[in-house]
Design a protein around this ligand. Structure first.
Ligand SMILES: Cc1ncc(C[n+]2csc(CCOP(=O)(O)OP(=O)(O)O)c2C)c(N)n1
Length: 348
Protein backbone atom coordinates (compact mmCIF):
# COMPACT_ATOMS: atom_id res chain seq x y z
CA UNK A 1 0.00 0.00 0.00
CA UNK A 2 1.29 3.48 -0.85
CA UNK A 3 0.42 6.70 0.90
CA UNK A 4 0.70 10.11 -0.65
CA UNK A 5 2.85 12.36 1.53
CA UNK A 6 2.96 16.11 1.12
CA UNK A 7 6.60 17.14 1.00
CA UNK A 8 8.15 20.53 0.80
CA UNK A 9 11.60 22.01 0.83
CA UNK A 10 13.74 24.75 -0.53
CA UNK A 11 15.89 24.98 -3.59
CA UNK A 12 16.78 27.40 -6.31
CA UNK A 13 16.39 27.66 -10.04
CA UNK A 14 13.88 28.72 -12.61
CA UNK A 15 10.83 26.50 -13.03
CA UNK A 16 11.02 25.69 -16.70
CA UNK A 17 14.62 24.55 -16.48
CA UNK A 18 14.25 22.39 -13.41
CA UNK A 19 13.61 18.73 -12.99
CA UNK A 20 12.79 17.38 -9.59
CA UNK A 21 13.81 14.14 -8.01
CA UNK A 22 13.15 12.73 -4.58
CA UNK A 23 15.51 10.13 -3.24
CA UNK A 24 14.56 7.46 -0.80
CA UNK A 25 17.79 7.41 1.18
CA UNK A 26 17.14 3.94 2.57
CA UNK A 27 17.10 2.42 -0.90
CA UNK A 28 19.26 4.95 -2.72
CA UNK A 29 16.45 5.06 -5.25
CA UNK A 30 14.92 7.95 -7.12
CA UNK A 31 11.16 8.39 -6.90
CA UNK A 32 9.17 10.14 -9.55
CA UNK A 33 6.76 12.84 -8.43
CA UNK A 34 3.15 11.85 -8.82
CA UNK A 35 2.24 14.86 -10.92
CA UNK A 36 4.13 17.75 -12.48
CA UNK A 37 5.76 19.71 -9.71
CA UNK A 38 5.27 23.34 -9.08
CA UNK A 39 8.23 25.67 -8.70
CA UNK A 40 7.42 29.04 -7.28
CA UNK A 41 10.44 31.28 -7.03
CA UNK A 42 12.74 29.55 -4.55
CA UNK A 43 10.20 27.36 -2.83
CA UNK A 44 8.68 24.19 -4.17
CA UNK A 45 5.94 21.85 -3.05
CA UNK A 46 5.28 18.38 -4.28
CA UNK A 47 3.08 15.44 -3.51
CA UNK A 48 4.67 12.08 -4.15
CA UNK A 49 3.73 8.52 -3.52
CA UNK A 50 6.23 6.81 -1.29
CA UNK A 51 6.45 3.33 0.14
CA UNK A 52 4.19 3.05 3.18
CA UNK A 53 7.07 3.07 5.63
CA UNK A 54 8.80 6.15 4.19
CA UNK A 55 8.84 9.30 6.21
CA UNK A 56 9.92 12.76 5.28
CA UNK A 57 13.13 12.16 7.20
CA UNK A 58 14.03 9.40 4.75
CA UNK A 59 13.90 11.76 1.81
CA UNK A 60 16.20 14.36 0.42
CA UNK A 61 15.39 16.76 -2.35
CA UNK A 62 17.35 17.73 -5.36
CA UNK A 63 16.45 20.07 -8.17
CA UNK A 64 18.40 19.60 -11.35
CA UNK A 65 18.91 21.91 -14.26
CA UNK A 66 18.06 19.62 -17.15
CA UNK A 67 20.03 21.74 -19.62
CA UNK A 68 23.23 21.23 -17.71
CA UNK A 69 22.50 17.93 -16.01
CA UNK A 70 23.69 19.52 -12.79
CA UNK A 71 21.96 19.89 -9.48
CA UNK A 72 20.83 23.31 -8.48
CA UNK A 73 21.88 23.99 -4.93
CA UNK A 74 21.23 27.00 -2.85
CA UNK A 75 23.99 28.94 -1.11
CA UNK A 76 23.60 27.06 2.14
CA UNK A 77 23.89 23.67 0.46
CA UNK A 78 26.96 24.74 -1.48
CA UNK A 79 28.56 26.22 1.63
CA UNK A 80 28.04 22.98 3.54
CA UNK A 81 29.38 21.02 0.62
CA UNK A 82 32.58 23.09 0.64
CA UNK A 83 33.11 22.24 4.31
CA UNK A 84 32.50 18.58 3.55
CA UNK A 85 34.96 18.68 0.66
CA UNK A 86 37.58 20.29 2.91
CA UNK A 87 37.16 17.47 5.46
CA UNK A 88 37.57 14.87 2.74
CA UNK A 89 40.64 16.57 1.28
CA UNK A 90 42.31 16.32 4.69
CA UNK A 91 41.10 12.78 5.30
CA UNK A 92 42.58 11.45 2.06
CA UNK A 93 45.81 13.45 2.35
CA UNK A 94 46.30 11.98 5.82
CA UNK A 95 45.50 8.50 4.47
CA UNK A 96 48.03 8.91 1.68
CA UNK A 97 50.56 10.65 3.93
CA UNK A 98 51.13 13.03 1.02
CA UNK A 99 49.34 15.80 -0.83
CA UNK A 100 49.05 19.49 -1.55
CA UNK A 101 46.98 20.67 1.37
CA UNK A 102 47.10 24.47 1.22
CA UNK A 103 46.39 24.87 -2.49
CA UNK A 104 43.60 22.27 -2.43
CA UNK A 105 41.88 24.14 0.40
CA UNK A 106 42.27 27.45 -1.45
CA UNK A 107 40.63 26.27 -4.68
CA UNK A 108 37.86 24.02 -3.35
CA UNK A 109 35.11 26.64 -3.33
CA UNK A 110 35.87 27.33 -7.00
CA UNK A 111 35.64 23.62 -7.83
CA UNK A 112 32.46 23.32 -5.81
CA UNK A 113 30.74 26.08 -7.80
CA UNK A 114 32.11 24.76 -11.09
CA UNK A 115 30.94 21.17 -10.61
CA UNK A 116 27.70 21.92 -8.76
CA UNK A 117 26.55 24.98 -10.63
CA UNK A 118 28.42 25.62 -13.87
CA UNK A 119 29.78 22.65 -15.77
CA UNK A 120 27.66 20.70 -18.21
CA UNK A 121 29.35 17.40 -17.49
CA UNK A 122 28.45 14.26 -15.57
CA UNK A 123 29.66 10.66 -15.44
CA UNK A 124 26.98 9.85 -18.06
CA UNK A 125 28.02 12.62 -20.45
CA UNK A 126 31.78 12.49 -19.91
CA UNK A 127 32.41 10.90 -23.30
CA UNK A 128 30.00 13.21 -25.12
CA UNK A 129 31.71 15.59 -27.57
CA UNK A 130 29.33 18.28 -26.30
CA UNK A 131 30.40 18.18 -22.65
CA UNK A 132 32.02 21.19 -21.02
CA UNK A 133 35.74 20.76 -20.41
CA UNK A 134 37.48 21.49 -17.12
CA UNK A 135 41.25 21.29 -17.11
CA UNK A 136 42.99 21.63 -13.78
CA UNK A 137 46.26 23.28 -14.67
CA UNK A 138 47.39 23.49 -11.04
CA UNK A 139 47.48 19.71 -11.09
CA UNK A 140 49.31 19.34 -7.80
CA UNK A 141 46.01 20.17 -6.06
CA UNK A 142 44.52 16.94 -7.37
CA UNK A 143 43.01 16.05 -3.98
CA UNK A 144 40.47 18.87 -4.43
CA UNK A 145 39.57 17.55 -7.88
CA UNK A 146 39.33 13.93 -6.72
CA UNK A 147 36.93 14.59 -3.83
CA UNK A 148 34.63 16.59 -6.10
CA UNK A 149 34.72 13.98 -8.88
CA UNK A 150 33.92 11.26 -6.33
CA UNK A 151 31.03 13.33 -5.00
CA UNK A 152 29.69 13.77 -8.53
CA UNK A 153 29.75 10.00 -9.02
CA UNK A 154 32.62 9.70 -11.51
CA UNK A 155 34.03 6.90 -9.34
CA UNK A 156 33.28 5.40 -5.92
CA UNK A 157 34.73 7.46 -3.10
CA UNK A 158 36.41 4.35 -1.62
CA UNK A 159 38.86 4.53 -4.52
CA UNK A 160 40.43 7.51 -2.78
CA UNK A 161 41.59 5.21 0.00
CA UNK A 162 44.22 4.06 -2.50
CA UNK A 163 45.52 7.60 -3.04
CA UNK A 164 49.28 7.50 -3.62
CA UNK A 165 49.40 3.76 -2.91
CA UNK A 166 51.31 1.26 -5.02
CA UNK A 167 49.53 0.51 -8.36
CA UNK A 168 46.75 3.04 -7.73
CA UNK A 169 45.73 5.40 -10.56
CA UNK A 170 44.89 7.95 -7.86
CA UNK A 171 48.32 9.53 -7.78
CA UNK A 172 49.55 12.96 -6.75
CA UNK A 173 48.60 14.65 -10.05
CA UNK A 174 45.63 14.27 -12.41
CA UNK A 175 45.79 11.43 -14.91
CA UNK A 176 43.24 10.49 -17.55
CA UNK A 177 43.23 6.97 -16.14
CA UNK A 178 40.81 8.40 -13.56
CA UNK A 179 37.28 8.95 -14.90
CA UNK A 180 36.39 12.62 -15.02
CA UNK A 181 39.93 13.88 -15.53
CA UNK A 182 40.19 15.68 -18.88
CA UNK A 183 43.95 16.06 -19.09
CA UNK A 184 47.11 14.89 -17.40
CA UNK A 185 48.54 17.94 -15.66
CA UNK A 186 51.03 18.73 -12.93
CA UNK A 187 53.92 20.14 -14.91
CA UNK A 188 52.76 23.70 -14.39
CA UNK A 189 52.01 26.08 -17.23
CA UNK A 190 50.34 23.71 -19.68
CA UNK A 191 46.64 23.70 -18.76
CA UNK A 192 45.86 27.04 -20.40
CA UNK A 193 47.42 26.13 -23.76
CA UNK A 194 45.50 22.84 -23.76
CA UNK A 195 42.30 24.72 -22.88
CA UNK A 196 42.95 27.15 -25.74
CA UNK A 197 43.24 24.18 -28.12
CA UNK A 198 39.94 22.79 -26.83
CA UNK A 199 38.23 26.17 -27.21
CA UNK A 200 39.51 26.56 -30.78
CA UNK A 201 38.25 23.04 -31.54
CA UNK A 202 34.77 23.99 -30.27
CA UNK A 203 34.72 27.00 -32.60
CA UNK A 204 35.89 24.94 -35.58
CA UNK A 205 33.34 22.21 -34.86
CA UNK A 206 30.61 24.79 -34.24
CA UNK A 207 29.91 23.34 -30.80
CA UNK A 208 28.53 25.18 -27.80
CA UNK A 209 30.60 23.58 -25.07
CA UNK A 210 32.65 25.81 -22.81
CA UNK A 211 36.21 25.34 -21.60
CA UNK A 212 37.44 26.18 -18.12
CA UNK A 213 40.91 25.98 -16.65
CA UNK A 214 42.18 26.61 -13.12
CA UNK A 215 45.64 28.04 -12.60
CA UNK A 216 47.65 29.02 -9.55
CA UNK A 217 49.09 32.52 -9.31
CA UNK A 218 52.52 30.97 -8.75
CA UNK A 219 52.09 28.96 -11.92
CA UNK A 220 51.50 31.90 -14.23
CA UNK A 221 55.13 32.46 -15.27
CA UNK A 222 55.53 28.76 -16.19
CA UNK A 223 55.21 26.85 -19.45
CA UNK A 224 53.49 28.53 -22.37
CA UNK A 225 50.80 30.40 -20.42
CA UNK A 226 51.37 33.85 -21.88
CA UNK A 227 51.76 32.54 -25.41
CA UNK A 228 48.40 30.80 -24.89
CA UNK A 229 46.88 33.99 -23.45
CA UNK A 230 47.83 35.89 -26.63
CA UNK A 231 46.45 33.11 -28.83
CA UNK A 232 43.13 33.01 -26.96
CA UNK A 233 42.57 36.73 -27.52
CA UNK A 234 43.72 36.52 -31.14
CA UNK A 235 41.12 33.83 -31.90
CA UNK A 236 38.43 35.64 -29.86
CA UNK A 237 37.81 32.62 -27.63
CA UNK A 238 34.79 33.83 -25.70
CA UNK A 239 34.00 30.17 -24.96
CA UNK A 240 37.05 30.01 -22.69
CA UNK A 241 37.31 30.95 -19.02
CA UNK A 242 40.51 30.85 -17.00
CA UNK A 243 40.37 31.07 -13.24
CA UNK A 244 43.43 32.19 -11.29
CA UNK A 245 43.47 30.91 -7.72
CA UNK A 246 45.34 33.93 -6.37
CA UNK A 247 46.30 32.76 -2.91
CA UNK A 248 49.56 34.79 -3.23
CA UNK A 249 51.80 31.96 -2.03
CA UNK A 250 54.05 29.75 -4.14
CA UNK A 251 55.88 26.60 -3.01
CA UNK A 252 58.67 28.19 -0.96
CA UNK A 253 57.80 31.89 -0.74
CA UNK A 254 55.19 34.49 -1.64
CA UNK A 255 54.52 34.61 -5.38
CA UNK A 256 55.53 38.27 -5.47
CA UNK A 257 59.02 37.30 -4.26
CA UNK A 258 59.49 34.32 -6.58
CA UNK A 259 58.28 36.02 -9.77
CA UNK A 260 55.94 38.96 -9.40
CA UNK A 261 52.92 38.96 -11.72
CA UNK A 262 51.14 42.02 -10.33
CA UNK A 263 49.27 44.01 -11.40
CA UNK A 264 47.58 40.87 -12.65
CA UNK A 265 44.33 42.40 -13.91
CA UNK A 266 46.22 44.87 -16.08
CA UNK A 267 48.37 42.11 -17.54
CA UNK A 268 45.37 40.03 -18.61
CA UNK A 269 43.62 43.10 -20.00
CA UNK A 270 46.73 44.03 -21.96
CA UNK A 271 46.69 40.52 -23.41
CA UNK A 272 43.13 41.09 -24.68
CA UNK A 273 41.14 39.30 -21.97
CA UNK A 274 38.02 40.44 -20.10
CA UNK A 275 38.71 40.34 -16.36
CA UNK A 276 36.61 40.00 -13.19
CA UNK A 277 38.00 39.86 -9.66
CA UNK A 278 36.09 38.00 -6.96
CA UNK A 279 36.49 36.70 -3.45
CA UNK A 280 37.28 33.09 -4.31
CA UNK A 281 35.61 31.82 -1.12
CA UNK A 282 32.35 33.68 -1.67
CA UNK A 283 29.99 31.16 -3.24
CA UNK A 284 27.48 33.78 -4.41
CA UNK A 285 30.20 35.98 -5.94
CA UNK A 286 31.66 32.99 -7.77
CA UNK A 287 28.23 31.98 -9.08
CA UNK A 288 27.56 35.49 -10.29
CA UNK A 289 30.91 35.67 -12.06
CA UNK A 290 30.39 32.34 -13.83
CA UNK A 291 26.79 33.20 -14.67
CA UNK A 292 27.90 36.36 -16.45
CA UNK A 293 30.32 34.64 -18.84
CA UNK A 294 31.57 35.72 -21.31
CA UNK A 295 32.40 39.01 -19.64
CA UNK A 296 32.73 40.66 -23.05
CA UNK A 297 31.64 39.22 -26.39
CA UNK A 298 34.56 38.14 -28.56
CA UNK A 299 37.03 37.99 -25.68
CA UNK A 300 38.28 35.17 -23.45
CA UNK A 301 37.39 35.69 -19.78
CA UNK A 302 39.54 35.39 -16.70
CA UNK A 303 38.34 35.30 -13.12
CA UNK A 304 40.98 36.42 -10.66
CA UNK A 305 39.83 34.65 -7.50
CA UNK A 306 41.32 36.12 -4.33
CA UNK A 307 41.81 33.18 -2.00
CA UNK A 308 43.64 32.12 1.13
CA UNK A 309 46.04 29.20 1.00
CA UNK A 310 44.90 26.64 3.60
CA UNK A 311 41.44 28.28 3.83
CA UNK A 312 39.14 26.83 6.50
CA UNK A 313 41.75 25.60 8.96
CA UNK A 314 43.10 28.46 11.05
CA UNK A 315 46.64 27.17 11.57
CA UNK A 316 47.04 26.29 7.88
CA UNK A 317 45.87 29.61 6.52
CA UNK A 318 48.56 31.72 4.83
CA UNK A 319 51.28 29.39 6.08
CA UNK A 320 53.81 28.10 3.53
CA UNK A 321 54.43 25.00 5.63
CA UNK A 322 51.09 23.66 4.41
CA UNK A 323 51.88 23.87 0.70
CA UNK A 324 52.36 20.12 0.87
CA UNK A 325 52.30 19.58 4.61
CA UNK A 326 50.48 16.54 5.99
CA UNK A 327 48.80 17.03 9.37
CA UNK A 328 49.81 14.75 12.23
CA UNK A 329 47.14 13.09 14.37
CA UNK A 330 46.60 16.05 16.70
CA UNK A 331 46.63 18.59 13.87
CA UNK A 332 44.16 16.46 11.91
CA UNK A 333 41.76 16.26 14.85
CA UNK A 334 42.01 19.99 15.45
CA UNK A 335 41.41 20.72 11.76
CA UNK A 336 38.40 18.42 11.64
CA UNK A 337 36.84 19.96 14.73
CA UNK A 338 37.31 23.45 13.26
CA UNK A 339 35.63 22.31 10.05
CA UNK A 340 32.80 20.62 11.93
CA UNK A 341 32.19 23.87 13.80
CA UNK A 342 32.05 25.79 10.56
CA UNK A 343 29.58 23.18 9.25
CA UNK A 344 27.33 23.97 12.22
CA UNK A 345 27.62 27.67 11.49
CA UNK A 346 26.81 27.04 7.81
CA UNK A 347 23.67 25.19 8.84
CA UNK A 348 22.30 28.12 10.84
C1 LIG B 1 56.91 23.10 -14.52
C2 LIG B 1 56.87 22.93 -13.03
N1 LIG B 1 57.77 23.58 -12.26
C3 LIG B 1 57.78 23.42 -10.92
C4 LIG B 1 56.84 22.60 -10.32
C5 LIG B 1 56.86 22.40 -8.81
N2 LIG B 1 55.76 23.07 -8.15
C6 LIG B 1 54.69 22.38 -7.71
S1 LIG B 1 53.56 23.35 -7.00
C7 LIG B 1 54.48 24.72 -7.23
C8 LIG B 1 54.00 26.07 -6.76
C9 LIG B 1 52.85 26.53 -7.56
O1 LIG B 1 52.31 27.68 -6.98
P1 LIG B 1 50.79 28.01 -7.28
O2 LIG B 1 50.53 27.83 -8.72
O3 LIG B 1 50.52 29.37 -6.73
O4 LIG B 1 50.04 26.87 -6.52
P2 LIG B 1 49.17 26.93 -5.18
O5 LIG B 1 49.77 27.95 -4.28
O6 LIG B 1 47.82 27.33 -5.58
O7 LIG B 1 49.24 25.54 -4.64
C10 LIG B 1 55.67 24.43 -7.88
C11 LIG B 1 56.69 25.41 -8.25
C12 LIG B 1 55.92 21.95 -11.17
N3 LIG B 1 54.96 21.16 -10.67
N4 LIG B 1 55.95 22.14 -12.50
Amino acid sequence: MKNPLPLSGEGSGKGANCRFTIHDCRKSASLEPERPFHVCRFTFHVTARLGNSATIADCRFTIADSRKNTLIMNKNELTKRSVDYRKKILKYIVGANAGHTGGSLSCIDILNVLYNHVLKVSPQTFTSPDRDRYIQSKGHCVEALFVVLADKGFFPEEHLETLCKYRSHYIGHPTKKVKGVEQNTGALGHGLPIAVGNAIAAKLDKKDYKVYTLMGDGELPEGSNWEAALTAAHYKLDNLCAIVDKNTLQITAPTAEVCNTDPLDEKWKAFGWAVKEVDGHNIEALKEAFDSLPFEPGKPSVIIAHTVKGKGVSFMENNLKWHHGVPNKEEYQLAMSELENSMLNAAV
